[in-house]
Write a protein that binds this ligand. Structure first.
Ligand code: SF4
Length: 284
């Protein structure tokens, strides 16, 4: 199936988000989805535009709120594969509370974060993923704050699927998105997606020099949470691949009372004029 549409992305030439778009389109096709079975819900930021660049249902939400919307979509229609997406500012600053609670809730959606360690849409300010000392127009003397470590944070929040990739590793990223879609629960995929316009430190070359593939770490076991945490700490979070997966824990959908019998999209809501008149009368 073809998940491309005729909308031309207005990302800067060379932006890492192009590869994320391509990987998502390929992964959706590889797992056998039809466009009408996929919903891509995004937040605000350059990366938030992705929901308009995929041939599927799409919703470009509000800043930091892709996850609440995505969770609502999934709860209303379990037949949809739901992808939430956004940037590191969107997910790890204003949307951080939603990220943590969606993780511990283990709701069956995939969250792709395009992590460029800066705010791109607002023209280059320090984000929660910017390293200490990082100079931008909002921190001209260098950031005095430490960067958030999203993978460690996800593990401590009880994540059942944690992965990280680099936008040029199209094959690996596609495979991780496929695995995230198939995972029965919440899957978090953080993608190093360079901002070529504003981040002159964390460039493609910088990532190539500093990233380690977990497939090259001898004896690495993505089902061992302790090993996952120790490895992240050892490599300062700069690893790519499947970091951790727990297939034993049930998803929110499997646990929530009544959901499996009557998802909202299938329920007979009797949405006729009489229903609305009665509803309005109750509030008068
Ligand atoms: Fe990509 Fe940065 Fe351009 Fe935004 S400003 S489209 S993140 S390169």
């Amino acid at each position: 199936k073809d998940f491309r549409n005729d909308v031309k992305p207005n990302w800067c030439p060379g932006c890492g988000d192009f590869s994320v778009q391509a990987a998502l389109q390929r992964a959706a096709a590889n797992v056998g989805l039809e466009p009408e079975n996929l919903a891509v819900i995004s937040g605000i930021g350059c990366s938030g535009r992705i929901s308009g660049y995929i041939h599927s249902y799409g919703f470009h939400g509000i800043h930091g709120r892709a996850l609440p919307i995505a969770q609502g979509v999934k709860m209303a229609n379990r037949d949809l594969t739901v992808i939430a997406s956004g940037g590191d500012g969107d997910g790890f600053a204003i949307g951080m509370a939603h990220t943590v609670h969606a993780i511990r809730r283990n709701i069956d959606i995939t969250y792709i974060v395009m992590d460029n360690q800066i705010y791109g849409l607002t023209k280059g300010q320090t984000s929660p993923r910017s390293a200490a000392g990082f100079k931008t127009k909002s921190t001209p003397s260098g950031s005095i704050e430490q960067a958030i470590s999203p993978m460690e944070l996800a593990l401590t929040a009880g994540a059942t699927f944690v992965a990280q990739s680099f936008s040029t590793d199209l094959k690996d990223l596609t495979a991780l998105i496929e695995a995230g879609i198939k995972h029965k629960g919440f899957s978090l995929i953080n993608v190093f997606s360079p901002c070529v316009t504003y981040n002159k430190v964390n460039t493609y070359d910088w990532f190539k020099e500093n990233l380690t593939k977990l497939s090259d770490v001898e004896g690495y076991d993505p089902h061992n949470r302790e090993m996952a945490m120790q490895t992240l700490m050892k490599y300062n979070g700069l690893v790519t691949g499947l970091i951790y997966q727990n297939t034993e824990q049930k998803s929110y959908q499997e646990l929530v009372h009544g959901y499996s019998e009557t998802p909202l999209s299938k329920a007979d809501l009797k949405l006729d004029q009489n229903y609305f008149d009665k509803l309005v009368a109750e509030f008068m």
